[in-house]
Design a protein around this ligand. Structure first.
Ligand SMILES: C[S@@+](CC[C@H](N)C(=O)[O-])C[C@H]1O[C@@H](n2cnc3c(N)ncnc32)[C@H](O)[C@@H]1O
Length: 143
């Protein structure tokens, strides 16, 4: 029988990488430590624009899929649920969601009934994929 689940975002090594880097993930956004020497002209201003864009969205019941550390999630207004597969990421994100919560789950098999949320946000989610998942995506085996 063919699986109906997407072939993307299923790699255990990628999940382990994210879990291992939960504590220092935001150094990427902030250009610190591991990323202090990165050559990224205009980076800080661009990150700031994304934060402002997220903060400027009207308050809604929102699910942020693959929320990671909650770096962006914490700027969403209205009741917000972050969903991530990684327990370590979830632990970092939870304190950033005043009045909201983080749940563990699969971004591509969401554990919510239709209509639970007004809005779904996701960002920077597919970036780190092993060759097998890239090949599956290129072949159209994603849904
Ligand atoms: C590079 S981080 C980005 C986090 C956040 N979206 C941001 O922009 O700051 C990617 C996140 O996607 C999560 N993720 C990857 N595949 C997932 C899946 N199938 N279900 C849920 N979360 C997933 C990882 O655990 C990780 O926290």
């Amino acid at each position: 029988m063919t699986s109906r689940l997407p072939a993307l975002a299923r790699d255990p090594a990628t999940a382990e990488y994210h879990d291992r880097h939960s504590a220092d993930h935001d150094e990427w956004y902030e250009g610190q430590v591991r990323f202090a020497d990165s050559d990224r002209p205009g980076w800080d201003a661009e990150v700031q624009r994304v934060v402002e864009l997220v903060r400027g969205l009207p308050p809604r019941r929102t699910v942020h899929v693959a929320c990671g550390t909650g770096f962006l999630t914490g700027h969403l207004r209205g009741f917000t649920v972050g969903l991530d597969q990684g327990p370590a990421m979830a632990r970092v994100a939870q304190p950033r969601l005043a009045g909201g919560m983080v749940v563990l789950g699969d971004a591509l098999d969401l554990p919510f009934a239709t209509g639970t949320f007004d809005r779904l946000v996701t960002a920077h989610f597919y970036g780190r994929r092993p060759p097998s998942e890239r090949a599956a995506g290129a072949a159209g085996h994603v849904v």
